[in-house]
Design a binder for this molecule. Structure first.
Ligand code: HEM
Length: 532
């Protein structure tokens, strides 16, 4: 029996990677932010401004009439972030999105946050489509003032005015992205890394085998091990090296352990710097800013070290054949300035580790909680891969319909990211209101992906709803569930995710039986640090 479970887990995990990477699945995570829980005194409810809207007008109505929390003179809406005054739960984005929708309706303006731009929450998929279709040649995602400040101001000498795809905007974003797409989006990239990523996976599996208890279950800290695996896999691509995160008993001051700690610390600091209502850190070096900057200093130094090593390697063994080059070497070939390669590596580490590990954790959680679905998936994989050591081909992936559906369904139920975001590039009409340029529009996909309005039994894990021909197949507006974003600015590469998620070994311990206590896993993907 155990062997059967083990080999199911092996098949499932092994097959995740390629499917994810083909972009045929939308993998995402919902977010439950832990951390200081600010218990808030409810303010006297403001009258719904929606009701104040002129009932007899057909619109479109002016922006000033969009319903939302009322700003007060001088303080605007900033007081809502003060402990004891905040009516909304800023520590849990999904709850916040729900609170705003329940109170104000399908479109909500959160203004009065100067110097921050107004936030506009939209809940209708039709409005989301309008937003994406009007995001222009340089889609702008509200983001990361802190990261940008670090690169543009604090370490101007190192970054030389280059910011990278994660934080850049406008033509410079496009330039950076045009360097990334041809490298990251190549199918050969996946093939090239398959073996090495498989080795990482095997080490991961061995590590899990060691940590299983007498009931063959892993501990509550299992998600930390998944983080290590994700970091090891992403670093293999981003830094062209094995960091060694999966070694037992890592000393606290070892490079891999410091990298692991740094990923968490950096994301935590970024979250509090971006979510706070001030940019105090641009004037005063606050403790959080100092922690953030020192983490990034370490990250940057490590990235620089490995980029320089790659440069030296390619000098010793020069090759003109791009197919034989690593991702890092390809970046360097396109732009010999190592800064660009360092930035890309940093962006991949920042955006890739947390997301991928949460996505995998969530999927395993759903499969372990839904044995019948797991059985069905196992049958599919057994049929397609009777010999588990068979290399996975694109044709096989096409056949793995149930696997794809499981991944998609997991991403719907627990998207890694609470929603997408764009800044309006021009005036646009949403829900019959005229929205001006330069408003940060938040699309709470995680919330609406669980609404009965869009899905039957929305809280249930039903992969069949994605399978053509199934009697449970549903036709839902595709803008409801968009875990990788949309358009020119969507996630850089589902191929990288595929690489990271691949496990090649047959003998996998009872991952699917792993106990995962506690709340759903939600990533703090930097792309969404600002997504209220
Ligand atoms: C399951 C895993 C992942 C999920 C769900 C995810 C999701 C997303 C989403 C929703 C966006 C914003 C897209 C938009 O604004 O339209 C994004 C952007 C991005 N992601 Fe991911 N991501 C994942 C893994 C990764 C990995 C593994 C990497 C790198 C190796 C990565 C690198 C990036 C980068 C660099 C951006 C910014 C792209 C740009 O602004 O041009 N992500 N991701």
């Amino acid at each position: 029996m155990q062997a059967a479970i083990n080999s199911r887990a092996a098949c499932v995990v092994r097959c995740l990677r390629p499917i994810l990477l083909q972009g045929r699945t939308n993998f995402d995570c919902s977010m439950l932010r832990r951390g200081a829980s600010v218990r808030l005194i409810a303010l006297r409810p403001f009258a719904s401004q929606a009701q104040e809207k002129a009932a007899d007008s057909n619109g479109p109505w002016p922006y000033s009439q969009v319903p939302g929390p009322k700003a007060i003179p001088v303080l605007g809406n900033k007081f809502r972030f003060f402990p004891g005054f905040a009516k909304y739960d800023f520590t849990n984005l999904i709850t916040l999105h729900k609170q705003l929708r329940d109170e104000f309706g399908e479109i909500v303006k959160f203004g009065g946050l100067e110097p921050r731009r107004d936030l506009l929450f939209i809940y209708k998929p039709e409005d989301m489509e309008t937003m994406f279709r009007n995001d222009g040649p340089w889609p702008e995602r509200p983001s990361f003032k802190a990261l940008q400040y670090y690169r543009d101001v604090t370490k101007k000498d190192v970054f030389q005015g280059l910011s990278g795809v994660l934080v850049d905007q406008g033509p410079t974003w496009q330039e950076a992205r045009s360097q990334v797409n041809p490298v990251m989006m190549k199918t050969q990239t996946v093939q090239m890394y398959a073996g090495k990523i498989g080795d990482v996976a095997e080490d991961f599996v061995n590590m899990i085998a060691d940590m299983r208890d007498e009931k063959n279950e892993v501990t509550d800290t299992f998600k930390n091990e998944i983080h290590k695996w994700a970091l090891e896999s992403i670093a293999l691509v981003a830094l062209d090296t094995r960091l060694g995160c999966l070694r037992n008993n890592l000393p606290d001051d070892s490079e891999p352990q410091r990298m692991i700690d740094s990923v968490h610390q950096m994301l935590q600091c970024l979250h509090s710097l971006e979510m706070g209502n001030t940019t105090l850190w641009t004037f005063v070096s606050t403790p959080t800013w100092r922690k953030f900057a020192s983490t990034l200093d370490y990250f940057t130094a490590v990235a620089l070290k490995y980029v320089n090593e790659a440069i030296e390697r390619s000098k010793k063994i020069p090759t003109e054949d791009e197919n034989k080059m690593s991702v890092l070497e390809r970046f360097l070939k396109r732009d010999p300035n190592p800064t660009r390669a360092v930035i890309m590596a940093l962006d991949m580490l920042m955006a890739g580790v947390d997301t991928t590990s949460h996505a995998l954790t969530n999927l395993l959680l759903h499969l372990s909680a839904n044995q019948e679905k797991q059985e069905k998936l196992y049958e599919e994989l057994k049929r397609l891969l009777p010999d588990p050591s068979t290399p996975i081909t694109n044709e096989m992936l096409d056949e793995m319909k149930y696997m794809r559906a499981c991944i998609k369904e997991s991403a719907r139920l627990m998207p890694v990211i609470t929603g997408n975001a764009r800044t309006t590039q021009k005036e646009v009409v949403l829900s019959n209101y005229v929205i001006p340029k330069n408003v940060d529009v938040i699309m709470p996909n995680a919330l609406i992906s669980r609404m009965e309005k869009y899905y039957k039994e929305p809280d249930q894990f039903i992969p069949e709803r994605w399978i053509r021909g199934s009697d449970q197949k549903e036709s839902v507006n595709p803008f409801v569930t968009l875990p990788f974003g949309h358009g020119a600015r969507k996630c850089v590469d589902d191929k990288a995710i595929q690489m990271e998620l691949q496990l090649r070994r047959n003998e996998v311990p009872n991952i699917l039986g792993a106990r995962t206590h506690g709340p759903a896993q939600v990533s703090s993907h930097p792309a969404y640090q600002l997504t209220l």
